[in-house]
Every structure is written in structure tokens, then in C-alpha cells.
Write a protein that binds this ligand. Structure first.
Ligand code: G3I
Length: 390
């Protein structure tokens, strides 16, 4: 039987748009892998395999959910059925991004996002709004950063549309505003070039003036440890709190990479969560998925077990710190963004034999539960209850 050790925090290269600082865990294996899936399953004993994750989460006052796509919702009934069964919260994958909601200046369109909102209402699912401000996913006519005037019209148009929505409960007011490294910022807050802290403050103020009944998030990646990004993310949260604006939650995306070659920075991540607690900003896991970095194991069974163990280790830490909401960035490996040619990391893209090892989500391509699903279930079952979220 293998055991896994913790490790790491590391930079992973991406083929497009950004490179992500990520983290991971686990431990070198010495034994040969001749474990069957059944043996792997034995690692997760006494798990409730029949109850949906949303139900297991609800018994602990928590929410579990996924990123959701209107395209698949429409085309794949089995996908829609699985989300309705397993999820109590969803985040639109792209339907609320600027290029979807305001493709032409001042012309708003919500057809796709509304289809998701209707689905949520039908199945009693909370909708998380993603996102009002991002450096990606903008129509060509929007510069980054946009002027305050253009931003104000956008926020009023989009938030205003959902002001009376019974399902939309929260917004990523700003997404990924912290630069990827010290070299890519021009200000002491570590914001992307050209972004001023006052603009972000004003964005939160405008949002509050449109609809302060929702929860407001600042959302970012590569903050799951003691990183340059997490230090600057916390600095911005502190700035926003000190500016007196409404900021309820910190979205910790959690696109994680785990490898035998580097450890999960548990201490650093615990300190991030502690600092957020001190600032009275609740953490939410908004985009969780787990990639196993090289060296890759010699079987899919082993890979799935590594992914599952990583989920368990990460969620145990989150739940111990009081996290009450976990959203995975997709439910099944059929739809994971990381397999899309725009986003597949270079080292995987360059090695077609590696593609099948991109299995970062709790259900497989056939929407069957994987060991990672059981790991999430077990972490939920063992979690200390939260004050119920609605
Ligand atoms: O809409 C077209 C579709 O018509 C076409 O058939 C298909 C062919 O590949 O492409 C579709 O567009 C893609 C779109 O996702 C919808 O699937 C784009 O090419 C693709 O670049 C776009 O990527 C999304 C990306 O954000 C940019 O919006 C990913 O799916 C989505 O997972 C990703 O999500 C981000 C979060 O918003 C923020 N945090 C990181 C996360 C992962 O990058």
C-alpha cells in the first residue's frame, strides 16, 4: 500500500494567456502499482456513496457545486441531470463574462445566463455571478482596465438585470486583479499593470449602489499558499476593508497542481485563511480542480487515487478553517477546461500520451463517480458543521 507525503508550490507553464502559480501535495511511491480500483476505493471507507454531494454538504451547513455551461446544459441531458442531483450552487463558465453580457457598447444580452438561472430556480440551486471585471473574456471594444464610466454602465446593466433574481446570491465583483509576478505590476498592491486600487474600490462601491443584497467576492488564483500573489491579494482585501467598501468573501480559485516533486504549502495556506479570518472576509473555494504534474504514474487507477488523496488533503484543511462552500471547475472530466486546446498546459499538449492523465474532477467522462468524488464525500462527512449557508 502506498503512502503519500506532502509537498509543494510551483509555477506551471500555460500555452496561452497566463501562467499559473499552483500548488500540490503528495508523496513519492516506491511500490509497484498493481492495485485495482477496488483496492484504491478501500482507502475511502465508510463513505456515503448513494447520497448526492449537495446533500452531504447540506447536512454540514455547506454548499457544493460546479462551474456550469449553458451549451452542455442544452445538449447533454445526462450532464444536466447530474448537476441537478449533485449541486446546490453553480457558477456560469462564461455566460456572465463581459463578452457574453455586453458584446456591443450598452447592448446587454442575458439569454444564456438566464437559461442557467432558470435551471437553478427549477432545481433549487444558488447561482454565483462570475464575473464583472476580468482581464480576459472581454469584447474587443473594452480595454483593460476599462474607464470607470464604461465599467459603471456594465455593472449597472449586469447586476441590475439580476437584482430581483431569487437564485443569484453572490458576485465575483473582480476576478484575477493581482498580477502573475512582481515583474508584471506597476504598483505596490501588485495589481495588473494600469489597474489602480481606487478603481477596484470604486467598482465595489458601484456594485453596492446597484445591489447590496448579494455577497461580494474578490476572486483569484495561485493564492493557496505563501506566494507573492497571496501576499498581494491579502493586501488588496485589507485595502478594500480599510476603504469601508462591502466585501464579504474571498474567492480562492484552487486550480491546484500536485506532484511528487513538490509539497503542498499547508502552513502557508493556513496562514492565508487565518489572515482572511482576521480581516472578517470568509473564504470560498470557487474553482477547484486538481492536476497531477509530472512525473506521471504508470496507471490511471494510480492517478485517480493521487487526485482523490489531494482533494481530501486540501478539503480537510479548508473545512478545518471553516470553509462553507466548495465549487469545482466542472463536474466531470468530459468538460474540464484543462483539456481545451486554448488552455491545455504546454507539457501536456506537447505529449499526446499525457492527455488521458488530465482527470481533475470528481466524475469521469461517462459521468461516473471517481475516487475524487468519494474523497469530497468523506471530507464533507468528517467536516465540522458550518452555520447553514443559503
Ligand atoms: O464558444 C465557443 C464554442 O462555440 C466553440 O465550439 C468552442 C470550440 O473550442 O470554443 C468555445 O469558446 C470557448 C469558451 O471557453 C466556451 O467553452 C473559448 O474558446 C475558450 O477560450 C473559453 O475558455 C474559458 C475561459 O475561462 C475564458 O473565458 C474556459 O472555458 C473557462 O473554463 C475559463 O474559466 C476561467 C475562469 O473564468 C476564471 N479562472 C480561471 C478559469 C480557467 O481558465
Amino acid at each position: 500500500m502506498k503512502t503519500y507525503r506532502r509537498k509543494f508550490l510551483k509555477r506551471a507553464g500555460y500555452t496561452t494567456l497566463s501562467s499559473l502559480l499552483m500548488m500540490g501535495c503528495f508523496q513519492k511511491e516506491k511500490e509497484k502499482d498493481n492495485h485495482s480500483m477496488d483496492a484504491a476505493m478501500a482507502n475511502y471507507k465508510n463513505i456515503n456513496t448513494s447520497s448526492p454531494l449537495r446533500q452531504l454538504a447540506a447536512t454540514k451547513g455547506k454548499l457544493y457545486g460546479t462551474a456550469i455551461s449553458s451549451e452542455f446544459l442544452q445538449k447533454e441531458p445526462d450532464y444536466a441531470k447530474l448537476i441537478a442531483r449533485e449541486c446546490s450552487i453553480v457558477t456560469p463558465n462564461g455566460e456572465l463574462k463581459w463578452n457574453a453580457t455586453e458584446p456591443q457598447p450598452g447592448n446587454f444580452t442575458f439569454e444564456l445566463a438566464d437559461a442557467i438561472a432558470d435551471f437553478c430556480q427549477k432545481h433549487n440551486i444558488a447561482l454565483h455571478g462570475h464575473t464583472l471585471f476580468w482581464h480576459i473574456g472581454n469584447p474587443d471594444w473594452v480595454s483593460y482596465p476599462p474607464t470607470l464610466k464604461i465599467l459603471e454602465r456594465h455593472v449597472k446593466g449586469v447586476m441590475g438585470h439580476y437584482r430581483n433574481s431569487p437564485v443569484l446570491k453572490s458576485w465575483d465583483i473582480a476576478n484575477e486583479i493581482i498580477a502573475d509576478s512582481e515583474q508584471e505590476t506597476d504598483n505596490p498592491y501588485g495589481l495588473r499593470k494600469g489597474v489602480k486600487p481606487e478603481l477596484i474600490r470604486d467598482l465595489f462601491l458601484i456594485a453596492a449602489s446597484v445591489d447590496s443584497s448579494k455577497e461580494f467576492y474578490l476572486n483569484d488564483f495561485a493564492i493557496e499558499g505563501a506566494t507573492w500573489k497571496s501576499a498581494h491579494f491579502l493586501k488588496m482585501v485589507e485595502y478594500l476593508k480599510n476603504s469601508g467598501v462591502k466585501i464579504d468573501r474571498a474567492g480562492i480559485q484552487s486550480h491546484l497542481w500536485f506532484s511528487t516533486n513538490y509539497p503542498f504549502d499547508e502552513k502557508g495556506f493556513s496562514n492565508v485563511l487565518k489572515r482572511l479570518k482576521d480581516l472578517e472576509v470568509k473564504p470560498v473555494i470557487t474553482e477547484l480542480d486538481i492536476i497531477i504534474d509530472t512525473p506521471l504514474p504508470n496507471s490511471i487507477q494510480k492517478l485517480d487515487r493521487m487526485v482523490a488523496n489531494s482533494y481530501k488533503q486540501y478539503l480537510d484543511l479548508c473545512f478545518a478553517a471553516g470553509v462553507d462552500t466548495v465549487i469545482t471547475w466542472g463536474l466531470s472530466d468530459r468538460h474540464t477546461w484543462i483539456r481545451h486546446p486554448d488552455w491545455m498546459p504546454k507539457k501536456f499538449k506537447d505529449n499526446p500520451a499525457f492527455h488521458k492523465f488530465l482527470r481533475p474532477l470528481p466524475f469521469d467522462e461517462n459521468l461516473q463517480p471517481k475516487l475524487a468524488r468519494n474523497a469530497i464525500a468523506q471530507a464533507l462527512q468528517q467536516a465540522t458543521p458550518s452555520v447553514r449557508r443559503k
